[in-house]
Design a protein around this ligand. Structure first.
Ligand SMILES: Cc1ncc(COP(=O)(O)O)c(C=O)c1O
Length: 347
């Protein structure tokens, strides 16, 4: 059959079943952080999800949600993938859709970083930015309403629904946590993860339970998130917290929840850039701030923190003094006092 106009049919690979870029998702590095904490005998490792080809942890669930749907026929040639995203899931889905040649419509909100919007568009997705119709409407709620409209409108629409799809958590159970487990031979005392859809948290909990590991799991949430009984309020860091309890969170309990502010996340990002030469994204900054808050309880422990995305997408927000001053009311002088100064020498 002749391909539709504008569609090029790729030559299948000669050997095996390789899926090109999609096969490079996962197997991310675990990086020891040696300068970040003041307490010396904490073995702190950062799971660098930035190393995924789409730049974040969300490449994993994006791939698995679509592959499972492809395998059971919910997704087929001609399907239109529609999803709500704060940025990274959108990039992951756009990546998979572009690879397979599917149309992808992503519903984001005004908090989505400009660089993420550009990445989704560069990968061929149609991006809709929703503006909540009032100050009391959470942007996530507004995004989900628009997704529901699109799904009702488009007969070929497929909504992966990252907030309820068990494949979201499964991707982290089989990927993120399995890799951490293998790299450290199951010897992880405390794991810190950011929560939004709670897929990462749920998947890690499942792996820990299945393997009978003694790992304590700390969910790092935003002040202003409604997860785990939180009080709704404004928050600015993408991927940290939720404005509506996702179905995936139902019945899920971390051993501990630590809530961080937007400024805490900025301080975590700035500090690890100073001490370990790593640019991590806002949610990872929040996670690292939570680790540092608890560092005195962690002496002698092996600790893993998951860095969901990279700081390179936050250069004009988290890493911009003028943005921090303008939006969080923190002056450069106060910020450097919070971050600490000086160079860590390992020469
Ligand atoms: C930057 C970032 N950090 C953390 C998370 C939270 O991960 P999860 O949705 O698995 O709870 C997300 C999710 O979108 C994210 O984009």
């Amino acid at each position: 059959m002749e391909p539709a106009p504008g569609v090029t049919v790729a030559t299948p690979p000669v050997h095996g079943t390789t899926r090109g870029v999609l096969d490079t998702i996962g197997a991310t590095p675990l990086v020891p952080l040696t300068g970040y904490l003041e307490v010396p005998d904490v073995a702190l490792h950062l799971k660098l999800e930035t190393a995924n080809p789409g730049g974040s942890a969300k490449d994993r669930p994006a791939l698995l949600m679509l592959e499972e749907a492809r395998a059971d026929g919910r997704l087929h040639a001609g399907s239109v993938v529609v999803e709500s995203s704060s940025g990274n899931t959108g990039i992951g889905l756009a990546q998979v859709c572009r690879y397979y040649g599917l149309r992808c419509i992503l519903v984001v909100d005004v908090r989505t970083q400009a660089a993420n919007l550009a990445a989704m568009r560069a990968l061929g997705a149609d991006v809709e930015v929703v503006v909540p119709c009032g100050p009391d409407v959470d942007p996530l709620v507004a995004r989900l309403e628009r997704v529901a409209e699109l799904v009702a409108l488009l007969p070929e629409a497929f909504w992966p629904n990252q907030y309820a799809n068990p494949a979201n958590a499964r991707a982290h159970e089989l990927g993120t946590m399995a890799e951490i487990d293998a790299a450290l031979d199951g010897q992880v005392d405390v794991l810190f993860v950011a929560v939004s859809s709670t897929g990462t948290l749920g998947g890690c909990l499942d792996r820990i339970a299945a393997r009978g590991l003694r790992t304590e799991v700390v969910a790092v949430d935003a002040i202003g998130s409604v997860l785990f009984g939180g009080v709704p309020g404004p928050r600015l860091i993408p991927g940290l917290g939720a404005g509506r309890e996702p179905a995936l969170a139902s019945g899920r309990r971390a051993d501990r929840v630590i809530r961080v502010s937007d400024l805490d996340a900025v301080v975590g990002c700035r500090r690890v850039a100073r001490t370990d030469a790593l640019l991590v994204g806002g949610s990872a900054g929040g996670v690292l701030h939570a680790v540092r808050q608890r560092q005195h309880e962690l002496a002698g422990a092996t600790v893993v923190a998951v860095a969901a995305d990279s700081g390179y997408r936050y250069l004009d927000t988290v890493f911009d003094d003028a943005w921090v001053q303008r939006t969080l009311g923190c002056s450069p002088t106060r910020l450097s006092a919070l971050v600490g100064d000086g160079t860590v020498s390992r020469w």
